[in-house]
Design a protein around this ligand. Structure first.
Ligand code: ATP
Ligand code: MG
Length: 249
């Protein structure tokens, strides 16, 4: 199940400082949107507004027909934070069960989710006994365990090395093909964004506004060979150009 997201004239100021200039975006059900832009341009702020963790200074968000507040209350959202709170002694399986208990909703069998995430045999391990890649998969498993319609991910693969990052990205792409969700995905990694997303929202430096919405008109999930595809190369170069030009300006 996936839901539409409608972001209408959403901005945020903290005191006198603009964290985010007004953003408008209509996201189709099942669409994957990557948010890229320099540090401090308001990516996390926008994600947290959609998650109903920050109030917008203007505008409104709808998840399907619901307000962000209602969507949160109805447990339609899954969130992978930029700084996940990891309790070192917590077992992987309990982490997944915990999300379901909070949501009051069992979407999937926690053991099955972890097995499908390649964590068979690690279910009873504690967070401190898992590698960074495994831990991140547990985080994602926990975020989707109650089967949310919308998944909000803030630099979920940032702690991983390049190889692991590509591997988990491919795995995640296939995972989404099995259980479609609408995704907002923040990353600093342009190649990762082009590999995974249907559209990229490219932000200017702070105070952030959307410079351009860039289409990646290639069906998902995508094969690794897409990295060599001329369309991939051209889109990544275009996005890099947008960001570099604006940084220098
Ligand atoms: N609670 C807050 N109070 C005051 N200012 C804030 C708060 N949250 C964010 N900001 C400011 O809003 C701006 C945008 O922050 P945000 O975290 O959204 O950026 P970001 O694009 O996610 O950056 P990064 O890529 O470094 O994670 C920054 O100037 C930040 O200092
Ligand atoms: Mg951030």
């Amino acid at each position: 199940m996936a839901a539409t997201i409608s972001i209408r004239n959403v901005s945020r100021r903290f005191g006198e400082t603009w964290a985010l200039r007004p953003v408008d975006l209509e996201v189709a059900a099942g669409e994957f949107i990557a948010l890229v832009g320099p540090s401090g341009c308001g990516k996390t702020t926008l994600l947290r507004i959609v998650a109903d963790l920050v109030e917008p200074s203007s505008g409104e968000v709808r998840i399907g027909p619901d307000t962000a507040r209602r969507a949160r209350q109805e447990r339609l959202l899954g969130l992978v934070s930029q700084r996940p709170a990891v309790l070192p002694w917590k077992r992987a399986i309990d982490d997944v069960r915990f999300t379901q208990r909070i949501a009051g909703k069992v979407g999937f069998d926690p053991g099955k989710v972890l097995r499908e995430f390649g964590l068979e045999g690690h279910e009873a391990k504690r967070a401190r006994q898992l590698s960074g890649g495994m831990l991140q998969r547990v985080n994602i498993a926990s975020a989707i365990a109650h089967d949310p319609a919308v998944l909000l991910m803030d630099e979920p693969f940032a702690a991983l090395d390049e190889m692991k990052r590509e591997e988990i990205g491919e795995w995640f792409d296939r995972e989404l093909a099995m259980r479609p969700k609408t995704v907002l995905f923040v990353t600093h990694h342009i190649d990762e964004a082009v590999m995974l997303a249907d559209r990229l929202l490219v932000f200017s430096p702070a105070p952030g506004r959307v410079l351009e919405v860039v289409d990646v008109p290639v069906p998902r999930p995508r094969d690794v060979s897409f990295r060599q595809d001329p369309r991939f190369v051209a889109i990544a170069a275009h996005v890099r150009g947008l960001l570099m030009h604006r940084q220098a300006a």
